[in-house]
Ligand binder design. Structure first.
Ligand SMILES: Cc1cc2nc3c(=O)[nH]c(=O)nc-3n(C[C@H](O)[C@H](O)[C@H](O)COP(=O)(O)OP(=O)(O)OC[C@H]3O[C@@H](n4cnc5c(N)ncnc54)[C@H](O)[C@@H]3O)c2cc1C
Ligand code: FES
Length: 279
């Protein structure tokens, strides 16, 4: 049975600050009481407030940024009581913080351009991924022109912290369903357009995070074009450490996870090759 990562622990953390972001999001910066090591992009923490505001079961969030002083930042979209209570924290609020959990994205190889396809808050793991790829802290050191982020949302206000992504110096293409920012259409249409006009080579590696139908569409695109593709799943999670089975998903019998029919997003993922899982 897969176990939680050996560097994971349950501890308390203090909120350093909360900044509103986009129409319904927040940047939450916290300082864990015990330092955590260098975090691979795509790993996550389970967070809840200690004071009983919000649900008792902590909620999972991808690491958005890690700072030299040891603090960690999360990009959070308010969905319900858990996310609302975190977004309404203030400086000094105490949190329970379990992690770091999950596997994170695999090391990126040089050579084939990487295209990250993010839907709304699914952009969260890509900030760190881009930072680490440019610095060579996540496999090979990649050139900015080999990294493209296609960042989609229903409207401009759901493209959280878009300017920060643009400031990273890689190609960032915004896409909105209502045309209020960037390309008028969804991320798949935007990707097709890039291929059509020759702005992207036909062979790329795809990495995606966002709503499940979007990730499924990206996975189908990858299968149709025989492209490598990685998804970071945002399934419901009860425990985050492999006990509750709340995050089970079907595996592909011919895939790299072998014949066992199920995997757990929290301990086997949340990042999977699309050759390993069924949507
Ligand atoms: C590995 C991982 C990383 C994540 N990273 C982030 C992140 O960086 N930022 C972020 O904002 N969120 C992230 N999420 C999603 C986040 O955990 C959920 O939005 C949160 O648990 C919702 O809790 P809540 O109490 O606010 O809402 P709930 O009361 O639990 O739910 C409110 C509404 O949202 C829906 N909902 C809740 N969770 C999900 C989900 N995962 N997918 C689709 N619909 C959902 C429910 O069906 C309900 O309608 C991540 C999830 C996982 C598994
Ligand atoms: S969230 Fe409990 S087993 Fe994965």
């Amino acid at each position: 049975m897969p176990a939680p990562p050996i560097d994971a622990r349950s501890q308390n953390a203090r909120v350093l600050g909360v900044e509103l972001c986009g129409d319904d999001g927040a940047l939450l910066r916290i300082m864990p009481l015990e330092p955590v090591g260098l975090l691979r992009a795509g790993r996550f923490f389970m967070l809840r407030r200690v004071d009983g505001t919000g649900p008792y079961i902590p909620r999972p969030f991808s690491v958005y940024r890690q700072y030299d002083d040891g603090s960690i930042e999360f990009l959070i979209k308010v969905m319900g009581p858990g996310t609302r209570s975190l977004a309404q924290s203030s400086t000094g609020t105490e949190l329970v913080c379990v992690g770091p959990l999950g596997n994170g994205f695999p090391e990126l190889e040089a050579g084939t351009p990487k295209v990250m396809v993010a839907g709304g808050i699914g952009s969260a793991p890509f900030y760190l991924l881009i930072q680490q790829a440019l610095a060579g802290r996540h496999g090979a050191s990649l050139a900015p022109e080999d990294l493209t982020l296609i960042y989609g949302g229903r409207k401009a206000g759901f493209l959280y912290d878009l300017e920060a992504f643009m400031d990273l110096g890689v190609r960032v293409l915004a896409a909105t369903d209502d045309g209020s920012a960037g390309f008028h259409g969804n991320v798949l249409d935007c990707l097709h357009k890039q291929w059509e006009v020759g702005n992207l080579p036909q062979t790329v590696h795809l990495l995606t995070c966002g709503p499940e139908p979007m990730m499924e569409a990206v996975a189908h695109e990858a299968a149709a074009k025989n492209l490598e593709c990685w998804v970071s799943l945002e399934t419901y999670m009860g425990c985050g450490v492999g006990i509750c089975n709340g995050c089970s998903l079907a595996t592909r019998p011919d895939g790299p996870l072998g014949a066992w029919p199920v995997a757990k997003a929290c301990v086997d993922g949340p990042v999977f090759s699309t050759s390993a899982i069924e949507f």
